[in-house]
Design a protein around this ligand. Sequence first.
Ligand code: FAD
Length: 487
Amino acid sequence: MQRILFVCLGNICRSPTAEAVLRGMALREGVQLVVDSAGTAAYHAGESPDPRTCSSAAQRGYDMQGQFARQVRVEDFRDFDFVFAMDRQNLLELQKLKAGQAGVNPELFLQVYGGMGINEVPDPYYGGQWGFENVLDLLEDACARFLKALKMANITANKSLLEMNTLAINANARYLAEAECMTDVHEIMAFAKRESLPLFVMGGGSNLILADEIQGVVLRYVAQQVQVLKEDDLSVVIRVDAGVMWHQLVMHTLAANWYGLENLALIPGTAGAAPVQNIGAYGVEVESFIELVEGLDLLTGELRTYSHDECKFAYRDSIFKHALRDKFLITAVQMRLSKSAAPVLSYAPLADRAKTVPGVSPVELAQWVIELRSSKLPDPAVLPNAGSFFKNPVLTQDQYQDLKTRFPDLPAYPSGEAYKVPAAWLIDRMGLKGERIGLVEVNRLQPLVLINHGGNGADVLHAAHEIQRKILQQFSVELEIEPQTLP
Ligand SMILES: Cc1cc2nc3c(=O)[nH]c(=O)nc-3n(C[C@H](O)[C@H](O)[C@H](O)COP(=O)(O)OP(=O)(O)OC[C@H]3O[C@@H](n4cnc5c(N)ncnc54)[C@H](O)[C@@H]3O)c2cc1C
């Protein structure tokens, strides 16, 4: 439930009116809110609102009984999700009180939610009844906008993202907004614009290193439908909403006898994030199936699609990870899957097992992948991690030959003209398996995975940079971090 505090000078005219108006509107519309008001000064503390305020408000159906003035406290910035000042002087006083303290930043209510070109609620205390009516007009207009923004877009203020990222970083989002449709997205965009805050896109949080305080609106697109768009004897084209969980999609397609995704079973995260880093495992990358990525330009609000070629897919990479990061919201992915099984067994342990089971079915293959992953990768629910933390470096012929001379046991896989070297081998060879760097541990079983033992994003990045430094020093190879930082 959102908690809102309105603040003026004495807390007997403007802020109690705002409190009564917002509470009344929320009650009428069935929105649960906690609303309160306070003054920057204490001289009316304990008094009821000004009788002229009460009578004007009562005529419009707002009950102010039981409201008493109080002075604003420093704890209010922590106890409320929004602290709204009525005028600039109130805002200044609030900013002074908050200076350096944790909690929400106060805002000028009409500047953010007013629609009449007026940024301050004028003090009616020394004027006539007209002034009180004017205050009500301004506040009714702004409260309606504020309530609409809260209602439509499922926006939560000061939301901990601890449970929403697999590294278990206790990050706090200024706002978390979940959209189920385009209308929601437009509302959230308008909200972020009004609040002058940047938008950050997040999915399941399995490839993210979060900052402690995210001063922006974290947007998640949570729609979850899977539709068949086209079908013939050979293949099917499906349209998958971005909010569908990836592993559930893999299982759904196998149950429908649509094949191709089996090697990508058990990869955490959402379908919407799959094109971002062109997820891949055991010889298969998702780009092989993607025909079109649908979404919305977060600057203009325009809908647009990206064809497979326009996505600029590469090894754990795409246009969405760079030029379009936080600028384009993926809302759905169109994929073509085959109706005939063609198991990919290029990964040696899968190929070895297949020797004993001729004609392995896609469902069996997915099961092997699940068993393999479960035995090799630590479960983030138990040991918080973001999967492979570094990309496998791709070396030129010369770099590879040089390194192979120094380390004859160096494994490598040809990749066009170049060679891909397992980052896990480099980390292992460096003796870093099981090493603790602060609160972060290099996993003993799979050294490419970093386990976070209660650290924040900076701790995780510090450990990663230490590993990068050591690998560069020893092998002259630059390791690239795979997860994204937010912001
Ligand atoms: C245990 C474990 C194993 C893993 N194994 C693999 C693996 O085998 N192969 C592999 O490739 N990855 C793997 N990963 C990484 C991760 O699962 C994938 O990168 C996944 O696609 C991230 O999905 P997500 O929804 O959690 O995205 P998030 O982590 O929330 O976001 C990742 C990036 O995508 C962007 N993004 C998310 N949703 C959208 C959207 N709708 N529109 C635009 N941008 C968006 C975010 O802004 C961010 O930059 C693993 C992770 C873990 C924890």
